[in-house]
Write a protein that binds this ligand. Sequence first.
Ligand code: ADP
Ligand code: MG
Length: 474
Amino acid sequence: MKEKSTTHHSTQVWTKCLDIIRNRVSPQSFNTWFKPIKPVELHGDTLIIQVPNKFFYEWLEEHYIDVLRQAIHQTIGPHGKLEYRIVVDNYKRVDLAEVHSPSGDASQVDFLPEEIKNPFIIPGIKHDRILSHLKQRYTFDNFIVGDSNRFAYNAAKAVANRPGKTAFNPLFIFGKVGLGKTHLAQAIGNAITHSHPKLNVVYITTERLTHQVIYSIRHQSMDDLMRYYQNVHILIVDDIQFLARRPKTQEIFFHIFNHMHQLERQIILTSDRPVKELEHMEERLVSRFKWGVTVDLQPPDFELKLAIARARLREEQVHVPERVLEYLCYHAGDSIRDLEGILSTLVARALFLQGDITMSTAQKILQYYKIQREEVITVESIARLVCDHFNIPLQDVKGKTRKRPIVEARQLIMYLSKKFTKHSLKQIGKFLGNRDHTTVIYACRTVEDLIETDEKYRQNVFTIEKKLRLSYSL
Ligand code: ADP
Ligand code: MG
């Protein structure tokens, strides 16, 4: 009975403490360092709290002792005290936290100490240096920024400027294939190797890390592997989703992660899915991925694709008519990698054909990439596009309703259908709710008048026509 009531009290006291703490620290710190704490017991004036590990306890003592003391004094009184209970880590055997070098940056190592084996085994190369394994072509300078990737780009820049010192640790970048995860992650690494030449940056794919772990198990050289990673200051692990169902690699990575995080070293992870959708992954690892900040790369919009295409052609010094380029970008899918393939073909053709790139060349390239387009423009396809633009249901323009926005959309569909399709006025009227051809004539006049007199309306029509031209190479 007593046990229960002290638990109850400790919860109440801790909740009050949290209210005080919340106002004194950033939301990021609050979530990272205070949310995981569990109140255990109130023993007289002493509140006992449970923290996940030793590192956590040390961190709190080092950074938040004043905040904690004040919260305890305000809730329990001037004699209030705090005691920690640490959840024992089952993986003590390779607890890196206990063998770390005295302070983060003081342990800068240019060359690997003699006795440490380099797990990146490349025949014919001397392994006494920690190589970054970065590709130099991935830089911030040639990463084109648009709405779909701006947030991720800014976070990556912040990390590159102050590695390990921002709240973005780990920086978790997720996005579908071909959207620029590897590029952005490596751009951070490349920027740091220039601005902080003494820091050891290592880029590794999850697959390769897995191989290193398997090799170390087989050759009983796990200590070497761990010691190698203790000399890394910036670690980029690409495609972390492949850690799924790899318990041993997860375990090793967990310790590398803890070690680095404790020393404020920077960890950058990429994944094809958000943290919460990672499957077959140890919970304690997943929870660490949430410690920092998650940023996502969304599919590029038309403008971003166009900007990437223009940059690429400028680089290759190839000229392609703007209309053709727009057409290609419009039809290229979401993947920037695919867009790059299309552009490479385009460049090759342009060089081969001495610059004579036409719309039909573009169509052939798209066919080659099996990008399906609707061949013939119809009233139906115009109606879909217009409804999409004004965000109204297709069935409404086909129906009887006389509500103003619907009537306006319907009239515009009639006008565009007359302009771009081979259908007769009668056919157009029939498709749009069985109206007769005089209604269609009247609609076309109305739209023409509006285009003449209403600037905003004209802009709308212009945008829709542009989309139509791009869709059907009109
Ligand atoms: P992911 O790792 O997400 O599958 P990558 O980083 O490999 O994608 O990107 C695919 C290709 O697209 C790369 O060649 C990359 O340089 C290029 N790329 C992606 N995003 C951009 C961008 N914003 N600007 C320029 N090139 C980009
Ligand atoms: Mg990648």
